[in-house]
Each structure stands twice: as structure tokens, then as C-alpha cells.
Design a protein around this ligand. Structure first.
Ligand code: PLP
Length: 394
């Protein structure tokens, strides 16, 4: 395709066109799924060149695959990254990124307000490898004091699952740079439509692509994006751990990316409307949504997120867990299901799902109350969603 026709594409155009061979006789309009585990070589000379790192040929789908390369080109473009990697899940991307940067004896500083699975990885898995994690608040207070000669990584998530607290990404990246730490951010809730952490100085941006990037609740997937050198190390670890994406999932991720911007903007608008409705409801104690004036990180959200505050929100009911369970059991349009970022609106109780392996003290420290309901806003009409909330609360 005439690559340089438009010098700098917008995100919507990049998501549709990046990485795709477009122009030419009978070039397919959609991305072919190269459903193969391995690739044929013409001769042993070419194989030798591959082994010496001199060939760009594909060898084996765990290492790379043309369908996955298209997905990676799109992700790299959307995150303003030199390179990107797709993986079998967000967890595979996170684990590969961390293990590529750490070895026994190292230490990590991480915010405690993160996805429960990531928290468990820091709390339970890394210590078995001799790697210790110090948890801090989203304010990053105390990081300077905790850094020592063993500290290697600063890991944050913003907005945080499920409390929607924000980390000042510019500040986090600068702190990491000051202490020569590798900075990593799980940007799943934000998506590259709303925030681009690499532009703010982060070394690596990670996503559960299961969520907004793929967007249709039909695959489990992950991505990492950053410099060519850093992604190459993460890829090497991913190859060793075996967390590669399947080409069929790669196709669905590519398809999802093409409508990412449309979906996220609509979800942001509906989420804001819903959050405002909930805040006025007499049975609601507190709504957590960065777009509300009452949110403690609102000013930061306005500075850091562009075009909206995301499609995720959470709320606490005055009646605590029993009231939250009643609400979830009565909702009709909202599905009671884990995960997020799809076209269907979902509700869930984090204490029973994303954060169920955390203890009472850990949950309280992360700001997760037993009766907190997490909402993933889909593409249904806001009027219908508000009516459903109203009837479920009545
Ligand atoms: N990061 C966040 C913010 C998540 O919500 C999740 C999953 O819920 C993950 C990472 C893990 O991603 P996956 O389930 O794709 O492994």
C-alpha cells in the first residue's frame, strides 16, 4: 500500500489499516488467518540464516505468525510504540514482561490497586522465585523511600480495577526514570483510545486484550508494547513460557481493533450518564467514576485521559453486600459475568470474581468494599441501561 500517503494517521485509521497489505490485484480486504503451527523453508541455507538471526522468515507460530504480525503492527501504532507483542492472555503479557525484567534477588514496587490476578502473581508467585514486591498506594507516596539497590521494576495499573483510582502516569514514569527502574503500566481500563502511557515516559504498556482491544467477549488475549529492544526481551520470555496467541484469536483481535475507537467513545458517554444517574440515587452510597466531580482523581483524569473517562465504573450500595447481591440478581439487561470491555453491559461483585483470592485486609487496603458492584458499560442504549438499574434498585 502507499504507506506514506497520510503522514500521521488518526487512531481510527491506524486500527483499520496498519500492518495490512491493502493495494493490489485481489488482495483480501480482511486479514487472512494463517492457521498453521509451522512454516516451510526453501533450503537449509535459509534455515541457517534464521538460526543466526539474519532472516525475517517465520519458523513456528509460538515465535511469530503473519496474522499475529498484523495485530502487533496495529497495537504498536495505537500505542505510539516501536514494537508490540500479542500473547495468549493479558496475564501471559504481564508475566512475560515481569519475568523478562526480573531475576532472583530483585525487588518490585507495585501499586496495591491492581487486578486481583496480578496482585496474586506479585504476592504468591514472584516470592517463590526470590523476588519481593513492595505495595504502595496510587499516590506513589513512599516510592523514593522503598527504592534500594535491588529494585528493578515500578508496576502500576490506571485506571485501577475495580476502584477506578488513577495513577499519575507522568509522575510514575519520571520516578522510575530517576531510580533507573523499568516502568510498566497495565492500561487495560484506559485503552489506547483514552491514554498513551508510552508518550508519558513509560517503558512498557500492557493490556488484557480480552477486554476493550478485542471488545466482543469472544477471546482471551494480551498485548505488550514498548521499544524494539524491550519487546524483543518480552517476546523471548513469552516464547519460553509458551504464552503465544493463536492465529484465530489474532484475527478476532484485529477485527475488534477496527471498531475500538467507536466502541470506547460510546461506552464513555454511556458510562458518564449512568454514573451521574447512580450518584443521584438514594440507595447508592458512592459511585467510583473518574468523570464525576466527586472523584478524587478527576483533575488528573482530565489531564491524563483524552476523549472520555472510560466505560468502567463501580458503586457501593448503602445496604452493603446483601443489597449488592439483590441488585445483581434482579438486573435484566446487565449480565452477571466476569471480564469487561465487551459490547454487552456486565455487572459483577469483585470480591467473588476478579479479586476473590485477596483477604479481607488486602481488599480493604485496596479500597474494595464487600458490597462494591463493578460495571462494564456495553453498547446498549443508555436509556435502557438506566431503566434496568432503576428497576433492579427498586
Ligand atoms: N489486567 C486487568 C486490568 C484485568 O482486568 C485483567 C483481567 O480481568 C487482566 C489484566 C488479566 O487479563 P487476562 O484475563 O486476559 O489474562
Amino acid at each position: 500500500m502507499p504507506k506514506k500517503l497520510v503522514p500521521r494517521w488518526s487512531d481510527a485509521t491506524r486500527a483499520i489499516h496498519s500492518g495490512e497489505p491493502r493495494h493490489g490485484l485481489n488482495v483480501p480486504v480482511t486479514t487472512p488467518i494463517i492457521r498453521t503451527s509451522n512454516f516451510n523453508f526453501a533450503d537449509t541455507a535459509e534455515l541457517k540464516r534464521f538460526a543466526e538471526g539474519k532472516s525475517k522468515a517465520y519458523l513456528y507460530t509460538r515465535y511469530g505468525n503473519p496474522t499475529l504480525s498484523v495485530a502487533e503492527a496495529k497495537i504498536a501504532d495505537l500505542e505510539n510504540a516501536e514494537a508490540a507483542l500479542v500473547t495468549a492472555s493479558g496475564t501471559a503479557a504481564i508475566a512475560s514482561a515481569l519475568l523478562a525484567a526480573l531475576q532472583s534477588g530483585d525487588e518490585v514496587i507495585a501499586t496495591r490497586q491492581i487486578y486481583g490476578g496480578s496482585f496474586n502473581f506479585f504476592r504468591d508467585t514472584l516470592p517463590r522465585l526470590g523476588i519481593r514486591t513492595h505495595f504502595v498506594e496510587t499516590s506513589l507516596e513512599g516510592v523514593d523511600r522503598l527504592v534500594n539497590a535491588k529494585t528493578r521494576v515500578l508496576y502500576v495499573e490506571s485506571p485501577a480495577n475495580p476502584t477506578l483510582q488513577l495513577v499519575d502516569l507522568k509522575k510514575a514514569a519520571a520516578l522510575a526514570r530517576k531510580h533507573k527502574l523499568v516502568s510498566m503500566v497495565d492500561s487495560t481500563f484506559g485503552s489506547p483510545v483514552l491514554q498513551k502511557p508510552l508518550d508519558l515516559g513509560f517503558d512498557l504498556v500492557l493490556h488484557s486484550a480480552t477486554k476493550y482491544l478485542a471488545g466482543h467477549s469472544d477471546i482471551v488475549a494480551g498485548v505488550a508494547a514498548g521499544s524494539r529492544a524491550r519487546i524483543s526481551k518480552v517476546r523471548e520470555m513469552m516464547i519460553r513460557l509458551g504464552g503465544s496467541m493463536d492465529p484465530d484469536a489474532g484475527y478476532l483481535l484485529i477485527r475488534g481493533l477496527k471498531t475500538l475507537e467507536l466502541r470506547v467513545h460510546r461506552q464513555c458517554a454511556t458510562a458518564l450518564e449512568l454514573a451521574r444517574f447512580l450518584e443521584r440515587h438514594p440507595k447508592i452510597a458512592r459511585v467510583h467514576y473518574p468523570g464525576l466531580k466527586s472523584h478524587p482523581d478527576r483533575r488528573l483524569a482530565r489531564r491524563q485521559m483524552a476523549g472520555g473517562f472510560g466505560g468502567m465504573l463501580a458503586f457501593d450500595l448503602k445496604g452493603g453486600l446483601p443489597a449488592a447481591r439483590r441488585f445483581c440478581d434482579r438486573a435484566k439487561i446487565f449480565l452477571l459475568a466476569a471480564s469487561l470491555g465487551g459490547v454487552e453491559s456486565l455487572i459483577v461483585l469483585p470480591i467473588y470474581t476478579s479479586h476473590h483470592r485477596m483477604g479481607t485486609t488486602e481488599l480493604a487496603a485496596a479500597g474494595i468494599s464487600p458490597g462494591m458492584v463493578r460495571v462494564s458499560v456495553g453498547l446498549e442504549d443508555a436509556v435502557d441501561l438506566i431503566a434496568d438499574v432503576q428497576q433492579a434498585l427498586s
